[in-house]
Design a protein around this ligand. Structure first.
Ligand SMILES: *Cc1c(COP(=O)(O)O)cnc(C)c1O
Length: 404
């Protein structure tokens, strides 16, 4: 008789975005005339940049000619893309990362979710609270998190590191030492960043304790301030303790095209065993590579023209962020984020819960955001708005909120 993986049954029900979708559907049904503006889900809206589209067309044509056709991609990804990444994202920022240490994939979500497979189920994980749900859920599925307590919204075996106004949304080094530490900066959902000296403390802590940091840098392209590290490998010793995840999704609008990569330094070890061969083995066994045409499109992101176009899209979103941030602030809200990340994190007014504020905003302003409590218990009384919308609609949304 087939038996199921019972760990799946400990996942708390009702996925955040399906609950939001259901609420919007109900509201729209009762108010068919309502013009709803969605600043909730973290998906981009600008089309793929022209330099990338032109490369995609060329790559598609190559696939139609026997001379230039491409079948299975090399296990770790095409050399042309891995070299471009090593050069532009790392060496030009003085990070000692080689093309060989880069594993191409179809996005950071899979990599963040799959990386835990190369570690023992005995490992204790630490996550920020609030947090991108993938880190915890993928460890629940593997049986690493223990029992879920619906009262506290926490799993018994997870070390939660609260990120609130009190600590500037940057976690403190945990007293109880974790084996695996998930960090994401610039942060989704809070939009917070970690300065280089602070990140260096984390690297030192991990090296000292033999922990591994799993560093999600999906929003690296949104960093605007000079003292904020773009990669964890800007810190000394990070090659000995950190794996980094990157994505083309928010950087270049690839949420529908799908492309990302993971960096595993050759020096990185756990229990005296190198992790690079383990991840290479996992990648080669369970994954057959991102499509050739998409990897070519990724390469185009690093061309001079592609770079310029992609940066102007990021600037467009960050102008939205500025508009949301300053309008809400003038309207009396307590806001943070929005400077090095496309997310604005605000405190709900008058002690409203996150979901109460969600309903209030939907009913009174026709604006949809994301309740902070959906990202973890410390997100309660907070709310996330994204800068990924259309400019005119974003302005309209904050004007409506200002009128409340
Ligand atoms: C959007 C996002 C990603 C990227 O996911 P993809 O699978 O590459 O689209 C990764 N981490 C965080 C925190 C994100 O918000």
């Amino acid at each position: 008789m087939a038996k199921i993986n019972r760990n799946y049954l400990s996942l708390p029900g009702s996925y955040l975005f399906s609950r939001i979708g259901e609420k919007i559907r109900c509201f729209q049904e009762q108010h068919p005339e309502a013009d709803i503006i969605r600043l909730g889900i973290g998906d981009v809206t600008q089309p793929i940049a022209p330099a990338i589209i032109s490369t995609l067309h060329d790559a598609v044509d190559e696939m139609g000619d026997a001379e230039t056709f491409h079948g299975y991609a090399p296990d770790l990804g095409y050399e042309f893309l891995r070299s471009a990444i090593a050069q532009k994202d790392y060496r030009e920022r003085n990070c000692d990362i080689s093309a060989e240490e880069i594993f191409i994939s179809d996005g950071a979500k899979c990599d963040c979710g799959n990386i835990q497979e190369i570690f023992s189920t005995d490992n204790r994980i630490a996550v920020c609270d609030p947090v991108y749900p993938v880190y915890v859920d993928s460890n629940v599925m593997a049986g690493r998190c223990g029992k879920y307590d619906p009262q506290t919204g926490r799993f018994a075996n997870v070390i939660y590191m609260p990120c609130t106004k009190e600590n500037g949304y940057v976690p403190q080094l945990p007293e109880e030492v974790p084996d695996l530490i998930y960090l994401c900066f610039p942060n989704n959902p809070t939009g917070a960043v970690m300065k280089k000296d602070k990140l260096q403390e984390w690297v030192d802590y991990a090296v000292y304790h033999g922990s591994v940091i799993l560093y999600d840098a999906a929003y690296e392209a949104y960093i605007s301030e000079a003292e904020i590290p773009h990669s964890i490998y800007e810190c000394e010793g990070a090659r000995k303790c950190a794996i980094e995840f990157r994505s083309f999704s928010k950087t270049a609008g690839f949420t529908g095209l799908r492309l990302g990569f993971t960096v595993v330094p050759k020096e990185l070890e756990a229990e005296g065993t190198a992790l690079w061969p383990l991840w290479a083995r996992r990648h080669g066994t369970k994954y057959n590579g991102a499509p050739y045409i998409i990897q070519r499109a990724g390469e185009a992101v690093y061309s001079a023209e592609g770079r310029r176009q992609v940066l102007s899209q990021v600037a467009y979103y960050m102008e939205n962020a500025k508009i949301i941030y300053s309008s809400l602030r003038s309207a009396g809200y307590e806001v943070s984020g929005g400077v090095n990340a496309p997310y604005i994190w605000l405190r709900t007014p008058g002690r409203m819960t996150s979901w109460e504020f969600f309903d209030y905003l939907l009913e009174e302003a026709g604006v949809v955001g994301t309740p902070g409590s959906g990202f973890g218990p410390s997100g309660e009384h907070y709310f996330r708005l994204t800068a990924f919308g259309d400019r005119k609609r974003t302005i309209e949304a904050v004007e409506r909120i200002g009128r409340l």
